[in-house]
Design a protein around this ligand. Structure first.
Ligand SMILES: [Zn+2]
Length: 437
């Protein structure tokens, strides 16, 4: 708090210097970013980088000059195949096609994942100098001409691992807040996954919620390729702080722990739907506020498109699979300690679902639909304790297992270092917000 106030004072005194408003804004944000955070800040978002590169080819370049190289990039769409993407990129290079066809390994390393990107360096005659495939899942593949013969060769370039820290405030959605902070969607879903036993990110995200994360990620040519892991995270939900710290040792299964050394994973997930762009976009407004409806039908409704995966919130045994009146296609799972969960209005069930089947927490049991008494596609979820429906959003979950006593000192060491960073990060965000007003 004191540090925060001091910063305000600094900002104000600097403002009185009456430097050009724009200039001071820029320099101040630099001071805040680099002065406060002990860890370097991420570079600009990938989309900015791309547009800068694409600006290079200009109309003054003669198409006759074959030495000129253009950088072009395309995102892999659903149902895409390589030939189609190369066409969109304006590539016409039989030698490249031949090279790709020549080995199974090459074809495998170019297997397309929707949302990934393909960048080419192409000459005016449409031949390719270099092709880089930024695979969202497995890294980077590069095909480039080399040697005297200018033949193509396949390389898997080395990625550089870096640690970053970043924070932000929710205005309209969690994804929006991450985007604004220049962070990839995958970080938002991973953070939601870490806190999945504490926060229902499909329902509980509120304006003014705050996040701070410290993470390791793999980069190539200055661009985010994939997440290695989140090292520490804080999410302040409706004023309540949730923290998680990654910890692993020889005697301890690696995972995320609260500041007092308890696993953040508990017996039940807060939401039966995975947090994603699809579910987050759908639930806003439509089914809200559910708590008012709660008394009437003793369940929680999640608006989501037909076909969205439905997860079992806890480990247990299937007790019922089938159609049941107004519930439509329905699944009931029995858990330990007299807890039962119910999932209704499904469009279909997961493969192999039958009474008596053992189910793990987070396992897909079916898909959202609107069977039975439902006006639109949504999941009706019930949580029962000893046969009586209770409000799962208010159910108190027993804490997760603790870190082994002998490992506590080491954990505390790691945790306190990260907690200090998180605190600094959170303060940085506050200063930025207030300054902007
Ligand atoms: Zn319902």
């Amino acid at each position: 708090m004191i540090a925060q106030l001091r910063l305000f004072a600094t900002i104000r005194s600097r403002l009185f210097l009456k430097v050009s408003a724009v200039l001071s804004l820029v320099s101040l944000s630099v001071i805040i970013a680099f002065g406060l955070s002990p860890i370097s800040q991420p570079t600009t978002s990938s989309s900015t980088t791309i547009s800068e590169i694409l600006e290079h080819p200009t109309s003054t370049v003669s198409a006759e000059d074959h030495s000129i190289e253009f950088v072009k990039e395309e995102k892999v769409r659903r149902g895409d195949y390589l030939g189609l993407i190369l066409e969109r990129l304006g590539v016409d290079d039989p030698q490249l096609q031949e090279f790709i066809k020549s080995s199974k390994l090459i074809k495998k390393s170019l297997r397309l994942i929707a949302g990934s990107r393909i960048r080419v360096i192409v000459k005016a005659d449409k031949s390719v100098e270099k092709l880089i495939y930024f695979n969202n899942k497995s890294g980077v593949t590069q095909i480039s001409r080399s040697g005297i013969n200018r033949n193509f060769a396949l390389t898997q370039p080395e990625l550089s691992k870096r640690r970053y820290s970043k924070s932000g405030t929710v205005e309209d959605s969690l994804f929006g807040a991450f985007e604004k902070a220049g962070l990839d969607d995958r970080l938002a879903t991973e953070m939601a996954n870490i806190f999945s036993s504490e926060i229902d990110f499909n329902r509980d995200v509120r304006k003014e919620d705050k996040f701070s994360i410290i993470f390791d990620a793999n980069y190539f040519a200055g661009e985010f390729i994939n997440l290695d892991k989140i090292v520490a995270a804080e999410y302040v939900n409706a004023g309540e702080s949730h923290k998680a710290f990654f910890f692993s040792s020889d005697k301890q299964p690696s995972g995320y722990y609260t500041p007092d050394g308890k696993s953040v994973k508990r017996a039940f997930l807060r939401s039966p739907l995975k947090f994603s762009r699809i579910t987050s976009g759908f639930s806003s407004g439509r089914m809200h506020p559910v708590l008012k409806k709660w008394r009437a039908h003793k369940g929680v409704d999640y608006g989501a498109p037909t076909g969205t995966e439905v997860l079992s919130t806890g480990r247990g045994t299937v007790r019922f699979v089938g159609t049941k009146g107004g519930y439509g296609k329905f699944v009931e799972i029995r858990h330990s300690n007299g807890i039962t969960t119910r999932y209704a209005h499904l469009s279909r069930y997961a493969k192999g679902m039958k009474s008596g089947k053992r189910i793990e927490q987070g396992e897909v049991i079916g898909y959202v639909g609107k069977t039975g008494l439902a006006t639109g596609p949504h999941l009706h979820y019930e949580f029962l304790a000893n046969g009586r429906q209770i409000n799962p959003t208010k159910a108190v979950m027993p804490p997760g297992p603790s870190i082994t006593q002998s490992e506590i000192p080491e954990f505390m060491n790691v945790m306190q270092t990260h907690e200090t960073s998180l605190r600094v990060l959170a303060n940085t965000a506050i200063v930025n917000v207030d300054y902007g007003e």
